[in-house]
Design a protein around this ligand. Structure first.
Ligand code: LUZ
Ligand code: MOS
Length: 750
């Protein structure tokens, strides 16, 4: 099975929002954004820009006919600034012009008079001042205070993880075309078509049914288009609504880097308590999340951090507290892992520090604390299998961890500056949106009279291959070649009230909705076939584009059967809804069963550090990943490879910096923000997929497991392998558990 878009991509024939031919009369929009991180607006000066050639109209908050409110979870975000600006890049005015160049040029001629207010960029500072988006939240179990007092080893520390730019290839893009009356047709590069639709309706003051949002595919998203595609689509819609003309709004790379939020940087305080043998008995952790200027998805992301506070380990006494700290940075947002990677980093940091202070090996502490079947998480759910342990054990064998460790030791004895390091990184990630209500999806399947099949779902194709999986499901149920199926664009008029394609659950949920719809159509087909062949329906099956009776070929082909069903005036279409079964969560108690299942695996990472120059390379990563009964092994492999490299980038070279005083993003171009490239890619990446324990086939997609986010966290292992190589050079190295560990930091380490 392949990724059906691959050929189109290679030929440059796949269509993205920016490629759609502009309808006649299309206006181009450019957005004037705040140059100031925090200030009160005295005036917005648009007259110079308005007189420039080609400029048709300039819109500000005053022009909004409905509510100037685009907040998702918390209603705290204006589409266009009113009295105050809260971050550099906050949208203030929209310039509409005949050409893109004219709009862009005019947007640069807008100015703003402001009284500047104090701006902060640091989460701990915000927390000290009480600038929180919502009150702090705590997940706990057992009794950390009492148990911690009785632990043989008690280690405290702090840690930091940086943000991360999504760097999707396609920047935020939207095109809005007017329909009849107030109706609008919006093409948007969004992971969440229904959120765009709902927000347009609110801002314009028109009913949701007047707004049709259509998404063919995205050029990557990684969470960056879960919430933050919305403002740009709403701006295009507002402009169309007010001018009656089509409006196109595409951000340049620079605008996209400056104006949109990123992965949340976190600061951490921790205390870990262990017994003599290294068993972790108590864990107290505080997460200071740098939320940015408005809430966006920050509260949900913090919640996922709380859910992953113990990583892959069983800890009987836990107090994990999170703070959503309001700062004057662009609102930080969803990014692959959604708060999980942050929680797992500090857990590993604490174990590492405990190892140094107790003299017990890191891998020993990790291994004896791994989750076992029946262990409970602090949020009350029980761990249902032994996969965390089995992936660790299989990996120890296949990666020959102990021999590798010996040869690394020998290498380090023989080299003065070049040192090697190794780490193990177990991952256990909960699958399902933590907001239970979001765990629903729908599908609309049409079988046409020639036997070809069209499928619409709520899933958005963003390069991850969800459409290929959905086609596989339909093709298998009807037993027809996959080429006879097509997945249509994601369109709010065909599938309504959709959840974002996020939380690794797109294929699970939309594939299951497709499965239900196809099975219903199949039942109708077989009923007609039974009549036609004068056989009992229970002996009939669909196989290889034919009808079989007791496994023998009949005269009835798939296409003939479809035609007969149509002529019998029986529906060849079906709409189906899927809701993940068995999940619930009680926020008043912070207990429940929020996840359908967990995805687990372990990575071993080997690196070489040049301690004289500070440079390093990742030599080898070996992963044992529990993928369930894989539906599409090649797509799974692509997701693991991509996620691994993205995770390695997060903890190594991807460094976001803001100017100390102005809070301007300095990593605002590809010259100042570096992501891993082909020459940084590990020399060897081996991924072994293990089936693992049986998964209910109604929960995963036909027994397969979600793949999008969990492998990102294998990348964390690189940070700990690098530190081992640095400690081999300088055993007295003082560690601050701060990520990313850029080559500059390795060079300056003392
Ligand atoms: N989005 C969301 C997510 O709204 N809720 C989640 O739990 C989630 N998890 C991962 C990625 N996106
Ligand atoms: Mo996501 S971080 O699954 O949009």
């Amino acid at each position: 099975m392949k990724h059906f878009d691959a050929k189109l991509h290679v030929k440059g024939k796949s269509i993205f929002t920016a490629d759609i031919p502009e309808p006649a009369g299309t206006l181009h929009a450019a957005v004037f954004t705040s140059p100031c991180a925090h200030g009160n607006i005295l005036s917005i000066n648009t007259s110079v820009a308005a007189d420039l050639p080609g400029v048709v109209r300039i819109l500000t908050a005053k022009d909004i006919p409905g509510e100037n409110q685009i907040g998702n979870i918390v209603q705290d975000e204006h589409l266009l600034a009113e009295k105050t600006v809260h971050f550099i890049g906050e949208p203030v005015a929209i310039v509409l012009a005949e050409t893109k160049q004219q709009a862009y040029y005019a947007s640069k001629k807008i100015t703003m008079d402001l009284t500047e207010l104090e701006a902060i960029s640091d989460a701990r500072t915000a927390a000290k001042r009480g600038d929180l988006i919502v009150p702090p939240r705590t997940f706990s179990c057992g009794d950390t205070d009492t148990v911690m007092k009785n632990c043989t080893h008690v280690i405290t520390g702090t840690a930091e993880t940086g943000g991360q730019e999504h760097l999707y290839l396609e920047t935020q893009s939207s095109l809005c075309v007017p329909g009849e009356g107030p109706a609008l047709h919006i093409t948007s590069s969004t992971q969440s078509p229904s959120f765009v639709q709902k927000t347009v309706s609110k801002v314009l003051g028109i009913p949701i049914h007047q707004v049709q949002v259509d998404v063919l595919r995205l050029g990557g998203a990684f969470g960056g288009k879960e919430d933050q595609a919305t403002p740009w689509a709403v701006m295009a819609a507002l402009a169309t609504h007010l001018t009656g003309r089509p409006v196109k709004l595409i951000l340049s790379r620079h605008e996209d880097l400056v104006n949109t939020g990123k992965r949340h940087p976190y600061s951490y305080d921790f205390t870990i308590g262990l017994n003599e043998d290294g068993k972790i008995l108590a864990w107290i952790v505080d997460y200071y999340q740098n939320s940015g200027a408005v809430s966006d998805l920050s509260t949900a992301i913090l919640e996922r951090s709380l859910f992953h506070s113990t990583g892959s380990y069983f800890i009987p006494n836990v107090t994990a507290t999170g703070y959503c700290c309001k700062t004057n940075l662009a609102p930080n947002t969803a990014f692959r892992g959604f708060g999980g990677p942050q929680a797992m980093f500090v857990m590993e940091a604490a174990i590492h520090k405990a190892s140094i202070e107790t003299g017990l090996a890191v891998q020993h502490i990790q291994k004896i604390n791994l989750l076992k079947k029946g262990d409970s998480f602090p949020y009350g759910m029980l761990y249902s299998c032994n996969e965390t342990q089995t992936s660790w054990e299989i990996l120890e064998q296949v990666a020959e961890v102990s021999t590798t460790r010996d040869s690394i030791k020998k290498f380090n004895e023989n080299n003065k500056y070049m040192k090697k390091g190794i780490s193990m990184m177990p991952v256990c990630f909960g699958i399902s949106f933590t907001s239970t209500f979001l765990n629903q999806a729908n599908a609309l399947v049409h079988v046409y009279t020639d036997g070809s099949v069209g499928i619409s779902t709520s899933a958005v194709e963003m390069g991850q291959g969800v459409n290929s999986r959905i086609r596989q499901v339909a093709a298998e149920i009807f037993s027809i070649p996959v080429e006879r199926t097509k997945v249509e664009s994601t369109n709010t008029s065909r599938t309504a009230n959709t959840s974002p394609t996020a939380a690794s659950s797109g294929a699970d949920m939309n594939g299951n909705a497709t499965k239900i719809a196809c099975e219903k159509i199949k039942e109708r087909l077989l009923e007609v076939a039974a009549k036609e062949l004068n056989k009992d329906k229970k002996h009939l099956t669909l196989n290889n584009s034919s009808v079989l009776c007791n496994n023998n070929l009949t005269d009835l082909s798939w296409t003939q059967l479809v035609t007969i069903v149509y002529m019998s005036r029986i529906s060849l279409s079906c709409h189906a809804h899927y809701a993940t079964p068995g999940i619930h969560f009680d926020k008043t108690k912070e207990k429940g069963r929020p996840f359908a299942y967990h995805v687990t695996g372990t990575a071993v990472t080997e690196v070489t550090v040049d301690n004289l120059l500070g440079t390093y390379k990742v030599d080898r990563v070996t992963i044992v990943h529990h993928g369930g009964d894989q539906l599409n092994p090649l797509l799974d492999q692509g997701q693991v490879e991509g996620a691994l490299l993205q995770g390695i980038g997060w903890v190594t070279m991807e460094e976001l910096k803001w100017h100390e005083k102005s809070k301007r993003l300095q990593a605002d171009s590809l010259a100042t923000y570096k992501i891993p490239d082909i020459s940084f890619t590990p020399e060897s990446v081996t991924i072994l997929f293990a089936k693992g324990e049986e998964l209910d086939s109604n929960i995963g997609l036909k027994g397969s497991k979600a793949i999008g986010e969990p492998p990102f966290m294998y990348g964390i292992g690189t940070w700990f392998a690098l530190v081992e190589a640095m400690r081999a050079y300088n055993p007295k190295l003082v560690l601050d558990y701060s990520s990313p560990l850029t080559p500059e930091k390795v060079l300056m380490a003392k």
